[in-house]
Design a protein around this ligand. Structure first.
Ligand code: NDP
Length: 336
C-alpha cells in the first residue's frame, strides 16, 4: 500500500483546483505549499483551496517538507520547473505537454532518471476504463490487424480558460493542448511508432486568437497504419469519439475523449454491433494519482511515463511544424 504523499503545487492553476487537488486528497495526500508567480493570486488560491503556505519562489516550494510536486503551470514553464524539481530530488507529476520543445522534454526525462525520481505526465485519457477496454480488445485480436484510427476531440473551450491558450504565449494553441492528448491515446493503442505527421490548423473562434484553435492532423504509424484527429476549442455540440478499425472489426468509443469517467464502447464484427461493458468507472485523475503514488512506493508504473509524454509530444510538435510549414514532417525530424 503506497504511503500518503506530501505534495507541493507548482502553478496555481484551474486544473489543480478542479481535478487534481481533490484527487490528491481523496488518495490521502497532503498539500503543503503552492508556488505561484503572482503573490496575490497565490495567496488567494492557497486560502481558497485550504493550502497552508503560498510562495512566489520555486526554491522555497522545493525546500519544503514534501515528497512530490504537481506542476500545472503554463506549458512554456513546465521544463524549467521540472528540471528544478528533479535537482531537488522531488518526484514529479507534470502536466502535459511535457515541454513545448522535444529536446527540452528529453532533458527533463534524463534529469529525472539521473536523480532517481518518478516522472509521470498527466495524460489522463490512456488510464481511463474505456480506453483500457479498447486497448484490451485490440490487443486481444477482436478487430484483427489494425488498419486505421480516428479521434474527434473538438470541444468548446470554457470561458474561464480563454487566456494563454489562445493569445500570444509560447505553448498556447489547440495542438499542444489537445492533439498531444490524442497522441497519448493513439501511441499505445496502435502499438507501432508514429512515422510522419501532416496537419492543417486555423483560427475559427469568435475571438481574436493568435494561436490555432482548430486542427486536423493525419499520422502514419508503423508500415501502413493511418490515423487522424480533429481537435478544436470551437465546437459546442460535437460528441467526442475514438474509432479504431481493423480487418476483422471496428471499435467505436463514444464520448470517451473527456475528463469524466463516461462514454460507451461498441464493437462491430461479423456478428453485428454490440456494446462492450466497461467496469472501471473510476475518476480519471484518481487513476493517475493512484498509479503515481504506487510508482513512488516502487509498486508499478505511472499511468503515463516520461517516455509516453515524449512520444506524445513528438507527434504534437510534428503537427505544429507541419501546420506552420505546409509539409509532411517525419517524426525522426523531431526526435533526431
Ligand atoms: P490556468 O490558466 O488555470 O493556470 C496556468 C497558470 O496561469 C497558473 O499556473 C498561474 O500562474 C496562472 N494564473 C491562472 N489564473 C491566474 C490569476 N487569476 N492570476 C494570475 N495568474 C493566474 O491553466 P490550466 O489549469 O487550464 O492549465 C494548466 C496546465 O494544466 C497546462 O499545462 C495545461 O496543459 C494542463 N491541463 C491539463 C489537463 C488534463 O486533464 N491533464 C486539463 C487542463 C489543463 P502561476 O504558475 O504563476 O501560479
Amino acid at each position: 500500500m503506497p504511503k500518503e504523499l506530501r505534495w507541493g503545487l507548482v502553478g496555481a492553476s484551474d486544473i489543480a483546483a478542479t481535478r487534481v487537488l481533490p484527487a490528491i486528497r481523496r488518495a490521502g495526500g497532503i498539500v503543503q505549499i503552492v508556488q505561484s508567480g503572482s503573490k496575490d493570486h497565490g495567496r488567494g488560491y492557497a486560502a481558497g483551496n485550504e493550502i497552508p503556505t503560498a510562495t512566489t519562489e520555486l526554491s522555497e516550494a522545493l525546500a519544503a517538507d514534501i515528497d512530490a510536486v504537481y506542476i500545472s503551470s503554463r506549458n512554456d514553464q513546465h521544463a524549467a520547473q521540472a528540471l528544478a524539481a528533479a535537482a531537488a530530488g522531488k518526484h514529479i507529476l507534470l502536466e502535459k505537454p511535457l515541454a513545448i520543445d522535444y529536446a527540452e522534454a528529453q532533458s527533463v526525462v534524463a534529469a529525472c532518471e539521473r536523480a532517481g525520481v518518478v516522472l509521470a505526465i498527466n495524460h489522463h485519457l490512456p488510464g481511463a476504463g474505456t480506453h483500457a477496454r479498447i486497448r484490451e480488445l485490440v490487443r486481444g485480436g477482436a478487430i484483427g490487424r489494425v488498419l486505421s484510427a480516428s479521434i474527434r476531440h473538438a470541444v468548446m473551450l470554457s470561458e474561464r480558460l480563454r487566456g494563454w491558450r489562445l493569445f500570444g504565449t509560447p505553448g498556447g494553441g489547440v495542438i499542444l493542448d489537445i492533439t498531444v492528448h490524442d497522441a497519448s491515446v493513439l501511441n499505445p493503442l496502435i502499438g507501432h511508432p508514429a512515422q510522419t505527421v501532416t496537419a492543417l490548423a486555423t483560427s475559427q473562434g469568435r475571438w481574436p486568437a493568435t494561436a490555432e484553435d482548430a486542427a486536423m492532423v493525419a499520422i502514419t504509424y508503423g508500415a501502413d497504419i493511418l490515423a487522424q484527429t480533429h481537435d478544436a476549442f470551437t465546437s459546442a455540440f460535437t460528441e467526442t469519439r475514438l474509432e479504431v478499425h481493423g480487418e476483422e472489426g471496428s471499435i467505436v468509443g463514444r464520448g470517451v475523449m473527456t475528463q469524466d469517467p463516461v462514454g460507451q464502447v461498441f464493437l462491430t464484427d461479423r456478428s453485428g454491433e454490440r456494446e462492450i461493458p466497461v467496469d472501471d468507472r473510476r475518476d480519471l485523475y484518481d487513476i493517475a494519482i493512484g498509479a503515481f503514488a504506487g510508482a513512488v512506493a516502487g509498486e508499478g508504473s505511472p499511468a503515463a511515463s516520461g517516455a509516453d509524454g515524449l512520444a506524445a509530444l513528438a507527434v504534437a510538435q510534428a503537427a505544429l511544424t507541419s501546420s506552420l510549414t505546409g509539409r509532411a514532417v517525419p517524426i525522426s525530424d523531431i526526435t533526431k
